[in-house]
Design a binder for this molecule. Structure first.
Ligand code: AMP
Length: 403
């Protein structure tokens, strides 16, 4: 799965970024928001020996933004496309598809304000899931706009009022959310709350002109790119930092209630919260384990690449050292080569070559070697040719189409 991500993300212009597994608590609290479930309830936070508050990262965006600012990756209007993969930690109640330590692969596009950037990121997420073999029919792409500072505050207040007016029919937590994070009430799984929130006002109807036209352009681009999506006006996503576009991919087969396999959105104000200049950005994260569950349900398998192009087989013990040094020589010449370190018989070395998908086997035999010769066997056609020991590297590179 990681290999698929690396290849696909590179095709879309993303470079890897590696951020620390733990950071100052402040990094997450400031960006993700105090009123979110993640910061409020789910962080693994502790004091280090110096008495500083440290947190195991619960998600990737805050760290990427912090690192981008620290290293000036978006200075002078420069754009940055970055991706990461690694473990995240959240103190949640474990269940199917929900672990306290889980892996995410995520992508962030910084300094990109155009709606085409939103569409590009959504397509990338969708294509990734297709590339690992989850059939489009098993997935649902939901999109929504969360507005911005021009239209969201008034809407937020409207939802808060709505919650207060229906407090009697909502759970205690949603009731509290009127004061802390009213939009999160849309995410509550409690059936009573779901029923009440079905009639809550929708931001879709109150977007300002700029947000409405941005959203329209994103949807238009998705239509052109032939990515099927559903508008879900109640999709709010759990983090405070989102503005405008948010999206989520859900997969039903193989997952229970935790059916979100990936999601993300735009966060045009986030860089400022870290003291940077206004810098638009957006990103997504996908869950590794949940994606695996969805793949298993679809019986999807990513074909593993050959572990080596060439296997160097030793006919007997007397030429084992020469086989090893030939394998090393091939590796130094840029060829993926393998040899035996388990005292296997010649027959089982051939079996092993087959198992790892080697295209060629170089057979090192004592008699041939005495004459400066080796045998090169094409595992596809089964054709064997004699090659000279001295010219074997060139011969192998040519056979593999490298030269
Ligand atoms: P989020 O950062 O909450 O937007 O999550 C992004 C993706 O990470 C989700 O769509 C899930 O696939 C995955 N994810 C989030 N929390 C967990 C968890 N506790 N266990 C496993 N996967 C998770």
């Amino acid at each position: 799965m990681l290999r698929v991500a690396t290849e696909l993300f590179a095709r879309y212009g993303y470079s890897p970024i590696y951020t620390p597994i733990f950071e100052h608590t402040e990094v997450f609290a400031r960006g993700i928001g105090e009123a979110t479930d993640i910061v409020g309830k789910e962080m693994y936070t502790f004091l280090d020996k110096g008495g500083r508050s440290i947190t195991l990262r619960p998600e990737g965006t805050a760290s990427v933004v912090r690192a981008a600012l620290e290293h000036n990756l978006t200075a002078n209007g420069q754009g940055a496309k970055l991706y990461y993969a690694g473990p995240m930690f959240r103190y949640e109640r474990p269940q199917k598809g929900r672990q306290r330590q889980f892996w995410q692969i995520g992508a962030e596009a910084l300094n990109m304000a155009e709606p085409s950037a939103d569409a590009e990121l959504i397509v990338l997420l969708w294509r990734f899931f297709e590339a690992v073999g989850i059939p489009a029919d098993n997935m649902r792409l939901l999109v929504n706009s969360m507005g911005d500072e021009a239209c969201r505050p008034a809407y937020r207040e409207k939802v808060a009022e709505f919650i207060r007016a229906h407090a009697a029919d909502l759970c205690a937590e949603c009731d509290r959310r009127a004061d802390t994070n009213p939009l999160r009430a849309f995410d509550c799984k409690n059936p009573g709350c779901v029923a009440v929130m079905a009639d809550a006002p929708l931001l879709r109807d109150e977007l300002c002109d700029e947000c409405a036209s941005h959203y329209a352009a994103v949807k238009e681009a998705l239509v052109v790119l032939d990515v099927p999506f559903t508008e879900e006006p109640k999709l709010v996503r759990g983090l405070d930092y989102y503005t405008r576009t948010v999206f989520e991919v859900q997969a039903d087969a193989g997952l229970g209630s935790q059916n979100a396999i990936g999601g993300g959105g735009r966060y045009d104000r986030l860089m400022e919260q870290y003291g940077g200049s206004p810098t638009p950005g957006l990103g997504f994260a996908l869950g590794f384990e949940r994606t695996l569950l969805a793949m298993q349900a679809a019986k999807a398998r990513v074909p593993s690449p050959a572990l080596a192009d060439v296997y160097v087989a030793a006919v007997d013990e007397s030429v084992r050292a020469q086989a090893f040094s030939l394998a090393s020589q091939l590796r130094d010449a840029g060829v993926a080569a393998e040899c035996d370190h388990q005292a296997r018989s010649l027959k089982s070395q051939f079996k092993q070559a087959d198992r790892i998908g080697a295209r060629f086997v170089v057979v090192v035999g004592p008699d041939e070697l005495a004459e400066g010769q080796l045998t090169l066997r094409d595992m596809g056609t089964k054709v064997e040719t004699r090659v000279s020991r001295d010219g074997v590297t060139t011969e192998v590179r040519r056979a593999l189409g490298i030269d």
